[in-house]
Each structure stands twice: as structure tokens, then as C-alpha cells.
Design a protein around this ligand. Sequence first.
Ligand code: AMP
Ligand code: TRP
Length: 331
Amino acid sequence: MKVVLSGVKPSGIPTLGNYIGAIRNFARLQKEMKDHHFIFFVADLHAITVPHDVEELRKNIRAVAALYLACGLTTENASFFIQSEVPEHAEMCYVLQSVCYMGELERMTQYKDKARKQKSGIPVALFNYPTLMAADILLYDANYVPVGDDQKQHLELARNIAERFNNRYGETFVVPEALINKTGARIMNLQEPTKKMDKSESNNKGCIFLLESINSAKKKIKSAVTDSENKIQYHKTKKPGISNLMTIYSALTGLSNKEIEKKYASGSYGAFKTELAEIVGGEIAALQKRYNEIINSSDLDKILDDGRERAREIASKKLKEVYKKVGLTRR
Ligand code: AMP
Ligand code: TRP
């Protein structure tokens, strides 16, 4: 059975970007690919690669888990769990470090961006982040990895590591493929539309968090930065602000950019933003309703406990195979 795998790190409350670019697709793919096994997890080990607040992290781990379910993910054909509860991820990461090169990790753009922002030293774990991500993927022989555009480079590294390992030690890992959406793979910051919407950014006005109040979310759409042309037309580089709003509109309604342009041919930015604010508000209100039903339920714990056991079953077998391949056995 083919495997589809993805993770979201609980370094904050997921944003509309995470929702459109990643989480929402997981549920859609799950419905479309019934004969695949899905592996979804809260990538909490990735969240300690930069300085963090301990209590915040604890809360966010549970919140992200509940949000996955609120977005429609089911456990029918899936293992759903918290990464740090499956110790094989860290163990596999260690082995993969022996086939991953410093130069490869130095080239990662996310590392360069994040390293620049560290005030008191760059944690080694930040440098090694992509190796852990490769371990997450290769541990389950994932065929497909649905992610947003920003993870393309990390996926490429995971493929290189898999191929190198296979060449050195014999066929062991499946070489994974990224699944990246055509629309909405990179939702931009509403105030700085040339930067991606990122939950770890400090500019809160440009970022819609899935658990913020509906009013506040609507306000952020209405005050999004656009150009002065007042013409609803898609042009990513010349009109990044309105193009980003059109991408959000398109992702949530299914209308293409051309159809949106036609619909609002004589409309103003103000009218367009007001309608989009309603659409976004409606979408996250429904999501929050489901989230509130799940977050404090014991069902959530039960689902995560079961998921952990299922994941460990697969992961421990793979790790054993890998230990054997590299010579880490008595006989
Ligand atoms: P992260 O928040 O970095 O854990 O990302 C979780 C998932 O959301 C990954 O698949 C990312 O590629 C995706 N993602 C993050 N930010 C965005 C964004 N602004 N637009 C689209 N997808 C995103
Ligand atoms: N690094 C990913 C992100 O920041 C999250 C993640 C961790 C992930 N492990 C993964 C995504 C494995 C896909 C597969 O978005």
C-alpha cells in the first residue's frame, strides 16, 4: 500500500497559509486516495530548533493535533500521532546524519533565514532540521509528501539522502515525491505580500491565525495591503497584494483567477475585500466550532495514543532494518 505522509510543527497556532497550503489538502487527499495509508503527525521535535516558550509549546502541540481533526482529517486510513512520542524519529535522524553533508545543509534557504534571526547563537538542531525531516519521511517509506512550496528544498534533500543511502547500503528507502498544490502553495503575508505568511513572524497583522476571533480575521483581510490601481487583476509581481487575496479567494471558493477577474470586473478593492472577509470568516468559524468540540475531549487522547502505537510498529521495523544495513548489530 502506498504511503502519504506530512507534518506540521507546533511553533505557533497554524495560519490560513498552513490551512490552504497544507492541512486542508490532507483531508481532501485522504478522501480521494482511500487505498493509501496516511501518516500525519505534529512535528514537535522541529519546534525546539529555535528558542521557545515551554508552556506555549505544550499548548500548541495539543492545539495543532485538534486542528488537524477539525480540518477534516480522519483516522480511518491513517496513523495520526505526536512526533516526539515515537522515539524512532530521533534515532533515524542520527543514522541519516552520517549520510548527509554539511554543505547540503548549509545551502538550505530556511536555515539561512532562521539562522540570521537568532540572537544568541545558532542551535545545532536548527542546522540539522532538514535531516530530521528526512528521517520523518524515510522512516515510513512515504511515497508522497503533501507540503507547501517552502518545503520543496527539504523534500529534495530527503530524496538525495534516500538515494545516497540506497547506493551505499543497498535498496532500503522509498524515494519520496512532493505533492504541491497549484493554487495556494504559498500564501503571502497580508501586510508584506512579498513575504510568506508565517506563524513564527512577528507581524501579526499580516497573518491570520486559525484560532483568532472571526472579527479580527475579517479586519486583517479588509486592511490587507494592495496597490492603488483599484483593479482586480492577477499579477503576482506587479500586484502582489491583490494577487495574494485572489489566491486565497480562489483556494476557498474554487473559482479560477480568470473567473474572479470577470466577477469583479467593475468592482472595487473594498467590495472584493469585504466579500473575501466573509468567506474567510465563515471558513474559520466552522473550523473553530469543530475544534472546540475536540480540544478537551478524551477522544483526542485516545486517537493520539492509538496513532502512536501504530506508528511505532512501522517505525521500529524500519529502524531495525536500517541498523542492520549500516552494521549496527552484534551478528
Ligand atoms: P509549518 O508551519 O512550517 O510547520 O508548515 C506546515 C505546512 O504548511 C507545510 O507543508 C508548509 O509548506 C505549509 N505552509 C506554511 N506556510 C505556508 C504558506 N504561507 N502558504 C502555503 N503553505 C504554507
Ligand atoms: N518542516 C515542515 C514545515 O515546517 C514540517 C515537517 C516536519 C514535515 N517533518 C515533516 C512536513 C515531514 C512533511 C514531512 O513545514
